[in-house]
Design a protein around this ligand. Structure first.
Ligand code: MN
Length: 247
């Protein structure tokens, strides 16, 4: 079974070597997101012997207030990888100036990514889903994956009409809103993620193999076997990887 984890903070596990070795052993394609461009280079070092763990360059919206100056590092390094994340907006802050700064940084990141046309972005949108989807827009050249989406059904529909993907983690099917989202999403737009080590399962941080529990829920929701659900998600990942702008 070919497993996919499109959002895992590999560099934040104390035993990251084990996480990487496990992903290799179990053949789990893993996007190793980072929270600032300055730690991206370290993540590249950690994962350089791995075929399946892909370092992504990110600038987490919750860190933008303190780290927005690292945007220049992001721009300098972006040519090194197709994988971008974690980026996006987080409106847990009520500070309008901070929100403005987040939009400014995310807008710039989208612009830089659009120029190359083949980037794969894993995007945070807590309490800012409508704004994030509007900023990505209907014709973004590249692949945009909404990670841990908690926006409204109307925003999800907009995102679907724009061709965006959704990555589902093990905690999402546990909430009513998460289950509603699963029912609404066409199978060909669903990917799996763990968001480990932030997501906790049974008291321990999630690891890439925990995408299996997401597949169980997807299989249940779709009325197919877990193996077939894995094939659907793996196909979606391949399609997302091969989406390259024609312009
Ligand atoms: Mn995350």
């Amino acid at each position: 079974m070919h497993l996919i984890d499109t959002h895992c903070h590999v560099d934040l596990y104390p035993d990251y070597k084990k996480i990487i070795a496990e992903a290799e052993r179990l053949q789990i394609e893993t996007i190793a997101v980072t929270t600032t461009p300055s730690v991206y280079s370290r993540c590249v070092e950690l994962t350089k012997a791995s075929r399946l763990v892909h370092p992504a360059i990110g600038l987490h919206p919750e860190l933008v207030a303190n780290r927005h100056r690292e945007l220049s590092v992001f721009v300098d390094l972006i040519h090194e990888t197709r994988f971008v994340g974690e980026v996006g907006l987080d409106y847990c802050t009520k500070d309008e100036e901070e929100r403005r700064l987040q939009r400014c940084v995310f807008g710039h990141i989208l612009e830089v990514c659009a120029r190359s046309g083949d980037k794969i972005l894993t995007i945070h949108s807590r309490r800012a889903a409508a704004e994030v989807v509007a900023m990505i827009g209907p014709s973004f050249p590249g692949t945009a994956i909404l990670h841990w989406f908690t926006g409204s059904a109307a925003t999800a529909r907009d995102a679907l009409s724009y061709g965006l993907y959704f990555s589902v983690n093990p905690t999402m099917p546990a909430s009513a809103r998460g289950r509603e989202l699963l029912r609404l999403l066409p199978r060909d737009r669903v990917l799996t993620e763990t968001d480990g080590p932030f997501v906790i399962i049974n008291g321990v941080p999630a690891r890439p193999p925990d995408v299996y529990t997401v597949l169980e829920r997807l299989a249940d929701c779709w009325g197919i076997s877990i193996k077939d659900a894995a094939v659907v998600v793996s196909r979606n990942y391949c399609r997302a990887m091969n989406a390259v702008s024609s312009s």
